[in-house]
Design a binder for this molecule. Structure first.
Ligand code: SF4
Length: 448
């Protein structure tokens, strides 16, 4: 009888090699990037105990490597929002990682004999794991019964209140949606699975949720909020995109002025639409460009290409610096999508070079892009039939980003807490973990 062939993916071997090759980067970030691109598996015992901690809220996208229908352990209802890696044989400095469920991952979190948790890779123990306590506002609801876990979830270990006030996007279907994005499909799968998602959150509901959060957050763990949602290409409740999102910041800042750093993630809009947002209290603006390469932008972001156009998108980012101040314009890109098949770069060096060019373009103007690590979500176009970008790319990008920031003498971007390994709380990529901890954080232009 022929032997059954076994394919093994030696994840840990690759991680160890990259740690050696990139010895000037914190070793923690190599694991963090690999966890973000591959996802994490959980033992059932661990998930049972995780129930009393803070659970994944699905604050906008799925950020999972499998659809809900494939989960055998109800990971969508039972996994933590984030994990903190600490100590262990490798002496981890505290490293906060967003959870991307993947029962097939070589990374697994399990219970230890002394009532703790640990992370293993290919069966080898890597680090201790801590979970975040359940925030007290997660146990409350609005007067109309809607849970605060849906209205005002927090991420980044409690630092950021994530207000997805519009849970769909008017870029619709594969000819318009960004090809890495599952916002509309995730909405459908979460509703089907019984999660209390609302398409649009009312302004009054958001203010009420923040009043409760403010009252209960006596230690002021939450320090920033983000207002965001899908793009509005036509009208939403009779308003254009800027007016729709404006009403939330106006109401929040009127009721609780400067309680939090105020951020907004919306499209790259003309300057005339941005001024009212700034005047209402928005301090940090994220006009995400997703991918720098012009050819790939048109393919990966077909809706943005069609409605705004790539060059105009980049021009608007630069023009926004006159309104918010350069360091408070922080566009995001999705690190790794430029290597996705069939149109992406075929080798790591070309992909990194493209990013270096984009970072140089913005950072030479005082604007600091940041990135999230691409998680190929199976309900998105690009994630439906392929895995993530190589780990070598993600680790190389951290060096490119850190070195370009240093080359232009820029401070750490504001609104992310303290930089440096052991300090950083940003959980969906390691850009804050690789900034030297002594680097000053940029001041807010209309500061608090
Ligand atoms: S603009 Fe693109 S990334 Fe943003 S929600 Fe719409 S489809 Fe997703």
């Amino acid at each position: 009888m022929p032997e059954k062939s076994v394919t093994r993916d030696f994840a840990l071997e690759e991680v160890n090699k990259l740690i050696e090759r990139h010895s000037d980067l914190p070793m923690e970030v190599v694991f963090k990037e690999d966890l973000l691109r591959r996802g994490i598996a959980f033992d059932d015992d661990m998930l049972r105990r995780a129930a009393s901690f803070k659970l994944k809220s699905y604050f906008i996208f799925s950020f999972d490597r499998q659809p809900i229908t494939d989960f055998q352990q109800q990971e969508n209802l039972r996994s933590p929002e984030e994990i903190a890696l600490v100590g262990g044989a490798r002496g981890f400095r505290r490293t906060i990682v967003s959870v991307r469920n993947n029962p097939d991952s070589p990374y697994r979190v399990r219970c230890t004999e002394d009532d703790g948790f640990e992370l293993s890779c290919d069966g080898e123990s890597i680090a201790g794991v801590e979970l975040q306590d359940l925030p007290s506002h997660y146990q409350r609801s609005l007067d109309n019964g809607k849970p605060l876990t849906e209205m005002a979830p927090t991420i980044e270990w409690g630092y950021l209140v994530y207000l997805t006030v519009y849970r769909k996007c008017q870029y619709f279907g594969f000819k318009e949606e960004c090809q890495f994005c599952d916002i509309n499909e995730n909405f459908r799968q979460q509703k089907k699975a019984g999660r209390p998602y609302n398409t649009v959150k009312e302004v009054d509901e958001i203010v009420e949720a923040l009043e409760i959060l403010d009252e209960l957050d006596t230690e002021r763990k939450s320090q920033a909020y983000t207002i965001t949602g899908g793009s509005v290409t036509r009208h939403l409740r009779g308003k254009e995109e800027s007016d729709f999102y404006l009403q939330y910041v106006e109401a929040i800042e009127k009721r609780l002025p400067r309680r939090w750093i105020s951020k907004m993630v919306i499209q790259a809009l003309p300057a005339a639409d941005l001024e009212p947002l700034r005047d209402a209290g928005t301090q940090i603006y994220h006009p995400n460009y997703e991918v720098w390469d012009p050819r790939l932008f048109a393919i990966i972001c077909p809706g943005k290409e069609r409605y705004v156009g790539r060059d105009e998108w980049m021009r608007r980012i630069v023009a926004a610096a006159d309104i918010f101040g350069p360091s408070c314009v922080i566009p995001n890109f999705v690190a790794g999508v430029e290597m996705a098949k069939p149109h992406g770069f075929e080798n790591v060096d070309d992909a990194l070079e493209s990013n270096r060019e984009g970072l140089d373009y913005f950072m030479s103007r005082g604007i600091t892009p940041r990135f999230t690590t691409w998680c190929p979500e199976p309900l998105s176009v690009l994630g439906s039939d392929q895995g993530p970008a190589p780990l070598e790319y993600h680790v190389g990008l951290l060096r490119v980003w850190r070195d370009t920031l240093a080359k232009h003498g820029l401070p750490a971007p504001p609104g992310y807490g303290q930089p440096g390994a052991g300090n950083a709380v940003f959980s969906v990529s390691s850009f804050m973990d690789v900034i030297p901890p002594e680097t000053p954080v940029a001041a807010l232009a209309n500061g608090i």
